[in-house]
Design a protein around this ligand. Structure first.
Ligand SMILES: NC(=O)c1ccc[n+]([C@@H]2O[C@H](COP(=O)([O-])OP(=O)(O)OC[C@H]3O[C@@H](n4cnc5c(N)ncnc54)[C@H](O)[C@@H]3O)[C@@H](O)[C@H]2O)c1
Ligand SMILES: O=P(O)(O)OC[C@H](O)CO
Length: 330
C-alpha cells in the first residue's frame, strides 16, 4: 500500500520509518529546506537524529505529489497544523482515508481533532486517530510498542489496524474516537503536573496520588463527553498517561520539570525545540470542563502555573488544602 505521512517532526518521521518496512511511504515536510536536508542526509537530523531512513522511504515537500495514489494519509503535525493540512488536502480534492496522530485540542476553538476534521472534510471520507504510549525515538529504533487506532467507523479502524500492523508496532482497534482523543489530550496536561511534582522531589507517593487522581479527572471529563469508561483503562488512556508522566523522553513532562526549577514558560518553549501539546491544550480542556460543569482541579492547577503566574507553592496548597471527600474513580 502507498502511504503519505504528512508532518516531518519526530513522530511523523518515526512512523514513516516503521511503516516503510511493509509499505511504500512518502514523508512530507512543509519546509522545502528540511525536506532537502532529510533527502541528502537520509535522516531527520533536526527532529529525530540517529534514525536512518530505509531505502523505501521517500521524502517530499510537494503535498500534491506526496498524496497522489496514496491509499492512506497520516497527519502527524502538531494540533495547530491539523486544520491547515486538512484544508490543503480538501483544496487538492483528496478523498483518501486518513488518520491523525495530533494529541490535543485546537487552541481557541476547544475542538477535538475529529471536530476540526468534520468542519473541513466531506463526511464520506473515512478517518480516525492513531494514539497510545509511543515515544518517537523508541519506535524509530524498532523497540516494541503498541498503540490504538480509533474511528467512529469500527470497520475502518479494524481494516487499518490489520494493514498497518508490524512485528514491532502492534496495533489495536477502537470505536471510541472521542475517548481516545480525550486520553491523548489530557495525559499531556497531567504529564506537565507530574514533571512539576518530580522536579520538586515530592516523592513517589505524591506522584502516584497525582496520576491516580489525574486519571479520575480524565475519566470524569470523558464521561461528560460520552466516551467509554474502559478507554481510559487502555493504551490511549492510562497507558499513555503512565508513559508520558513518568518517562524522561516526554516533552510535556520536561516542561513541568523546568517549571519546577523556576524557568519561565516562554524560555522553556524556546529551548524545547519541539511541540509540547499540553501547554495550549490545558487551557482548552479547562474551558471546556468549566462549560460542562466538570471539576478538573489538576488541570486548573497546571493552567494557573502556565498562564496566571501562580507559584508552585500556591498550586500545591490549592490542591492539598481542599476539603476531604469521598474517593470516586471518576
Ligand atoms: N514525538 C513523539 O514521541 C510523539 C508520539 C506520539 C504522538 N505525538 C504527537 O504528534 C504530533 C507531532 O509531534 P512531533 O513530536 O512530531 O512534533 P515535533 O515538534 O517533533 O515536530 C513538529 C513538526 O511539525 C511541523 N509543523 C508544525 N506546524 C505545521 C503545520 N501547520 N503544517 C505542517 N507541518 C507543521 C514542524 O515543521 C515539524 O516538522 C503532536 O501532536 C504530538 O503530541 C508525538
Ligand atoms: O513527548 P510528549 O510529551 O509529547 O509525548 C510523546 C507521546 O505522546 C507519548 O506517547
Amino acid at each position: 500500500m502507498k502511504i503519505a505521512v504528512l508532518g516531518a517532526g519526530a513522530w511523523g518521521t518515526a512512523l514513516a520509518i516503521r511503516f516503510a518496512e511493509r509499505h511504500a511511504v512518502t514523508l512530507w515536510s512543509r519546509d522545502a529546506a528540511q525536506a532537502a536536508a532529510m533527502e541528502a542526509e537520509r535522516e531527520n537530523q533536526r527532529y529525530l537524529p540517529s534514525a536512518p531512513f530505509p531505502a523505501s522511504l521517500q521524502v517530499s515537500a510537494d503535498l500534491e505529489y506526496a498524496v497522489q495514489d496514496a491509499a492512506l494519509l497520516l497527519i502527524v503535525t502538531p494540533m495547530a497544523g491539523l486544520r491547515p493540512t486538512l484544508q490543503a488536502l480538501a483544496g487538492h480534492g483528496s478523498r483518501t482515508p486518513l488518520l491523525w496522530a495530533c494529541k490535543g485540542l485546537e487552541a481557541g476553538s476547544m475542538l477535538f481533532p475529529h471536530q476540526v476534521a468534520a468542519e473541513v472534510l466531506d463526511p464520506g471520507i473515512a478517518r480516525g486517530m492513531l494514539s497510545g504510549p509511543s515515544f518517537a525515538q523508541e519506535v524509530a529504533k524498532g523497540l516494541p510498542a503498541a498503540v490504538t487506532i480509533a474511528s467512529n467507523d469500527g470497520a475502518f479502524a479494524r481494516e487499518t489496524t490489520t494493514s498497518l500492523n508490524t512485528a514491532l508496532l502492534r496495533l489495536y482497534a477502537s470505536d471510541d474516537l472521542i475517548g481516545v482523543e480525550i486520553g491523548a489530550a489530557v495525559k499531556n496536561v497531567l504529564a506537565i503536573a507530574a514533571g512539576v511534582c518530580d522536579g520538586l522531589q515530592y516523592g513517589l507517593n505524591a506522584r502516584a496520588a497525582l496520576l491516580t487522581r489525574g486519571l479520575a479527572e480524565m475519566a470524569r471529563f470523558g464521561a461528560a463527553l460520552g466516551a467509554k469508561a474502559e478507554t481510559f483503562m487502555g493504551l490511549a488512556g492510562i497507558g499513555d498517561l503512565m508513559l508520558t508522566a513518568t518517562g524522561d523522553l516526554s516533552r510535556n513532562r520536561r516542561v513541568g520539570l523546568l517549571l519546577a526549577q523556576g524557568l519561565k514558560l516562554n524560555d522553556i518553549l524556546i529551548n524545547l525545540g519541539h511541540v509540547a501539546e499540553g501547554v495550549p491544550t490545558a487551557r482548552e480542556v479547562l474551558r471546556q470542563a468549566e462549560q460542562l460543569g466538570v471539576d478538573m482541579p489538576i488541570t486548573r492547577a497546571v493552567c494557573r502555573m502556565l498562564f496566571d503566574q501562580a507559584t508552585v507553592d500556591d498550586v500545591v496548597s490549592m490542591l492539598m488544602e481542599r476539603a476531604p471527600k469521598m474517593e470516586s474513580a471518576i
